[in-house]
Design a protein around this ligand. Structure first.
Ligand SMILES: Nc1ncnc2c1ncn2[C@@H]1O[C@H](COP(=O)(O)OP(=O)(O)OP(=O)(O)O)[C@@H](O)[C@H]1O
Length: 607
């Protein structure tokens, strides 16, 4: 069973950036870089000179880097992270001496092997053999040195069969192999690798990484590595800087910076939100809060498994509903019948039965297992469930490729098995995201049918019958009208059905509307919650896993759009404003980026 993850990784940030007494290998001091670019498009050199002569050439100044300062110590493998256009390559070119900064300075100790631009220092009309000498000369190697190391370069780059072909026939990956092989044939004091590795294939990347590591270990080479791969940065680097819009967002231990970048990098928001979040992130308050608990896993299946272990602490469920995959309408159907039959809803991957489900069934020997078998559940999964459950467990397979049919068959089965439905129903016309996840706890507060309506006509007649039979008085409609039009909803229960619609809309608005529906129907609290469960909009399926726990704790699911800094600030404002009421804040989701970063931000606003 995966352990509950409780993390405070931002807390160690300053320690890892301790000062050393040795002078740095690279000192970047207050570097600012402005570029001038023409404001109108000029298609030829002639147009350009005419525009200059007429004094019509207008320039716009663009600040690519703004007051950047940091030191890189000997032996550091220093990662540079940032979204496209954030200024990473510009900074590498300034450090390599290719560009002069507009303001500020760079001090370097030792020689640099710069791998900063694919194809720079090569002539594509020449052969690979000639280019090895050309590029070597540009890097300052003598002809005899290249001759001496020629075979080594060719073998490392694995290009012997193509040595006499012109470089223009080479793929970009092959050019990067030659560039890397030449640059690292000497032992540089500083190696700069800007994205050159990203075009190489997997095997070659591994080979380059090995060479980088041997340069570091055996020769104490200092490395600057620009990469879009968080994984590579975490694997190779000890420190990292995250640059965005020409500013340093964060600098420190590589893993910390990489994960914070993963959670917040490239996120948009107002200037105020940006300033607020990044000031908070870099503030020195290293705080913890006992109010915060984490339900974090590597993916939604692991989150589901953690929730199961929390739920099973108190009891074994006699009904187990198994849902394949993480398709929201299927999970909602599963939750609806699990709640109505006092059971538990577990998720499994479609292609293989998850250990969570197999171990749960073999451990608790439930009275019945219901499998919602929707599109592509593999036969082997079904037969494994049957084998594990054994003959004393009732097996029910609800099998339908179409979601509308599946939800209705599930409803009918639960009714047949004795579900006593309450007065509410949830109707869904399509995938309705965060709103569904927010209201999912209702299934564990009152047996509530969940019915999908994707077609009009006959399927609507069937819906009218279902409503009559279950004496539904009130309904929540999640999603857009077709085919659940206002006119149709007004005909249900002879016009007496009270219904509310939450249309498709941004997650935070849908979340608020769903919470007010719960409160207005007596399922939530209109005077503020003491326990909240924070989920990320883009992995709202985690909200389904936590639904029963939310119901038990009389809590609320609050969603945050992690791609939008304004939404993150809204959540932080809510937490700060309600901190005297809030007794517990659960963070539910991924343990790699979302959870830990959100936890640190919340801790900081609580203090
Ligand atoms: N020579 C130049 N003239 C004008 N603008 C430039 C020049 N070089 C870079 N820029 C601009 O400066 C900004 C930073 O560019 P840079 O190449 O440093 O970004 P980057 O972080 O390396 O991006 P990527 O991840 O896409 O490689 C960009 O907006 C780019 O258009």
């Amino acid at each position: 069973m995966p352990a509950q993850t409780i993390t405070t990784f931002l807390a160690n940030q300053s320690d890892s950036f301790a000062k050393t007494s040795e002078p740095p290998m690279i000192r970047v001091s207050n570097v600012t870089m402005d570029f001038n670019s023409a404001t109108q498009q000029l298609n030829s050199l002639k147009e350009y000179f005419i525009a200059i002569a007429k004094r019509e050439l207008m320039f716009k100044r663009f600040r690519a880097l703004d007051d950047i300062s940091f030191d890189v110590q000997k032996g550091d493998v220093f990662g540079i992270l940032g979204t496209n256009g954030s200024g990473k390559s510009t900074l590498m070119k300034i450090i390599s001496g290719v560009l002069e900064p507009t303001v500020g300075s760079v001090e370097i100790r030792g020689n640099i092997a710069p791998l900063i631009e694919l194809g720079a220092g090569f002539d594509f009309e020449l052969t690979a053999r000639e280019n090895i000498f050309l590029n070597g000369a540009l890097l300052g190697y003598s002809k005899s040195f290249i001759q001496q190391h020629f075979d080594e370069i060719v073998d490392f780059a694995e290009i012997r069969d193509f040595l006499d072909s012109p470089l223009k026939n080479y793929s970009s990956g092959m050019v990067s192999r030659i560039a890397f092989a030449i640059a690292t044939v000497i032992v540089p004091d500083i190696l700069i690798v800007d994205e050159v590795l990203s075009v190489g294939d997997f095997m070659f990347r591994q080979k380059c990484e090995k060479r980088i590591q041997s340069l570091i270990r055996e020769h104490g080479t200092t490395v600057l590595l620009v990469s879009h791969s968080n994984n590579q940065i975490e694997r190779l680097c000890n420190k990292a800087v995250w640059i965005e819009k020409g500013h340093i967002r964060m600098i420190g231990e590589a893993k910390t910076v990489s994960r914070t970048y993963q959670a917040l990098g490239g996120r948009t928001g107002s200037q105020e939100s940006e300033t607020f979040i990044f000031n908070l992130l870099n503030s020195n308050t290293h705080s913890t809060s006992e109010k915060i608990e984490c339900v974090l896993g590597k993916d939604r299946f692991e989150v589901n498994s953690i929730c199961e272990s929390l739920l099973s602490k108190n009891r074994d469920y006699r009904t187990v509903v198994v849902v394949p995959g993480d398709d929201p309408p299927v999970v909602m159907s599963g939750l609806s019948i699990a709640g109505a039959l006092d059971g538990i809803c577990l998720m499994t991957k479609r292609a293989e039965l998850s250990t969570l489900v197999s171990s749960y069934i073999s451990r608790t020997r439930p009275e019945r297992v219901i499998v919602l078998s929707h599109a592509n559940i593999q036969e082997n999964v079904l037969s494994s469930i049957k084998d594990i459950a054994g003959p004393s467990t009732e097996m029910h397979i609800v099998d339908a490729d179409d979601l509308e049919r599946l939800s209705r068959l599930a409803y009918r089965l639960a009714t047949k098995l004795g579900a006593q439905w309450g007065h509410h129903a949830i109707l869904s016309a399509n995938r309705s995201g965060v709103a569904s996840a927010t209201v999912a706890p209702v299934f564990f507060l009152e047996p509530t049918p969940y019915i999908i309506c994707s077609f009009a006509g006959q399927s609507n007649d069937e819906l009218s019958d279902i409503f009559r039979a279950s004496q539904t008085e009130r309904a929540l409609v999640v999603g857009n009208p077709t085919p659940l039009t206002d006119e149709f909803l007004n005909t249900l229960q002879d016009g007496r059905l009270q219904w509310t619609r939450i249309p498709e809309q941004p997650g935070d608005i849908a979340n608020c509307e769903a919470l007010s529906w719960l409160a207005s129907e007596g399922f939530g609290r209109s005077n503020g919650y003491t326990t909240v469960f924070v989920i990320a909009d883009d992995s709202y399926v985690d909200g389904f896993s936590i639904a029963e726990i939310v119901a038990r704790e009389s809590g609320a699911i609050i969603s945050v759009d992690t791609t939008n800094l304004d939404s993150t600030v809204k959540l932080l404002d809510y937490v700060r404003a309600n901190q005297s009421n809030l007794e517990r804040i659960f963070l539910v989701g991924e343990n790699s980026a979302f959870g830990p970063v959100m936890k640190d931000l919340i801790c900081k606003v609580l203090n």
